[in-house]
Design a protein around this ligand. Structure first.
Ligand code: KG4
Ligand code: ZN
Length: 324
């Protein structure tokens, strides 16, 4: 089954064609980073306009890359939410139009579940598994009992990890998008120089606001003098990755689950991946999406349309939604 999918929930206009949920036939991502870096973050209205401008050419390029015609597609899918409403509308309307014109089904997809499904791309992963989902807007541990049976077993009570990465990066004067830059600097620093606090919350909760405040105080304590950027980044990254992996591991054990995966933009983080893959030596099976399928892309949306679509009677009546 060939699915053509569109992702436009935030600042990436992306299209992909995926066969049977795992085999990527074409994958095109047009990032708006350059536009938003001027503002230091994503401006929703500007993002929606950019999606409108680029969606046509991204669709065309995807078909060209795949060397197949729209009539050969079995179904058209798009992210319905959560995300920025104006942005989502562009992708949803384009996918619905393609489905109507070519007389094929339209499949709506949940963006968070799509991130989870990035782990199915070009792998043989099957449920059950525990998934640490870490993106710009969400931090959750999801118990994926079956393809269409998922339970959130832990989530953040304040900031999402990606959000904290971006805020801390800004605090340290790093350019947008901060997460990747912070990760790069952290790899060159000493993680043991600054001891940063770990939130004392329940086993089903994450909290990062205290860590964010600690970072602010640490930066202020240098009184405008040159910051030991690499060591601060490394210490921050160590605290975050350690907390995320420890908690996910505890939950995996609680659910007697021997397979642990990660997903979302922060799943591209070098230290998080290192700590996750290190669990292999302790008898766990671990997965993380290829780097290009961690941050927003449409291949994961196509995979999700195949394995775990949003249930609905009449897909053409589906509307976008902003919150999970
Ligand atoms: O999943 P995603 O592309 O968009 C959302 O659905 O939110 O995630 C974007 C987030 C941003 O906050 C970005 O800073 C973060 O992922 N990110 C990283 C890295 N690459 C992207 N955070 C830490 N380390 C990275 N290497
Ligand atoms: Zn995302």
């Amino acid at each position: 089954m060939l699915i053509f999918a569109i992702e436009s929930s935030c600042d990436e206009t992306a299209c992909a064609i995926v066969k049977d949920g795992r085999e990527v036939v074409a994958n095109v991502v047009f990032s708006q980073i350059k536009t938003h870096s001027k503002f230091g973050g994503v401006v929703p209205e500007v993002a929606a306009r950019e999606h409108l401008e680029s969606i046509g050419s991204v669709i065309k390029e995807t078909f060209e890359q795949a060397k197949i015609s729209p009539d050969e597609i079995d179904a058209y899918a798009s992210t319905a939410g959560p995300g920025l409403v104006g942005c989502l509308l562009v992708g949803l309307n384009a996918a619905k139009t393609l489905s109507l014109v070519h007389n094929k089904p339209y499949i709506p997809v949940n963006h968070l579940q799509a991130h989870v499904c990035a782990n199915f791309i070009e792998t043989d992963l099957e449920p059950p598994f525990m998934c640490l989902l870490v993106s710009g807007g969400h931090t959750q541990v999801i118990y994926v009992k079956d393809f269409d049976n998922q339970t959130i077993v832990a989530s953040t009570i304040d900031d999402a990890v990606g959000e904290v990465y971006d805020k801390v990066a800004r605090l340290m004067g790093l350019p947008y998008p901060g997460g990747i830059m912070l990760d790069k600097l952290a790899q060159e620093g000493n993680p043991n120089i600054f001891k940063l606090p770990e939130a004392k919350v329940g086993e089903d909760e994450f909290s990062f606001s205290g860590l964010k405040t600690a970072l602010l105080r640490l930066v202020q304590s240098f009184n405008g003098k040159e910051l030991p950027q690499k060591d601060i980044c490394a210490s921050f990254q160590e605290r975050v990755s350690d907390t995320l992996i420890k908690k996910t591991l505890n939950l995996a054990d609680k659910y007697n689950c021997k397979t642990i995966v990660t997903a979302g933009g922060v799943a591209a983080n070098s230290e998080l991946r290192k700590k996750l893959f290190a669990l292999n030596e302790r008898g766990y099976k671990t997965f993380a999406p290829q780097m290009k399928y961690c941050t927003d892309n449409a291949a994961m949306v196509a995979s999700c349309a195949y394995f775990n679509p949003i249930k609905c009677d009449n897909p053409l009546e589906i509307e976008v939604f902003s919150r999970a």
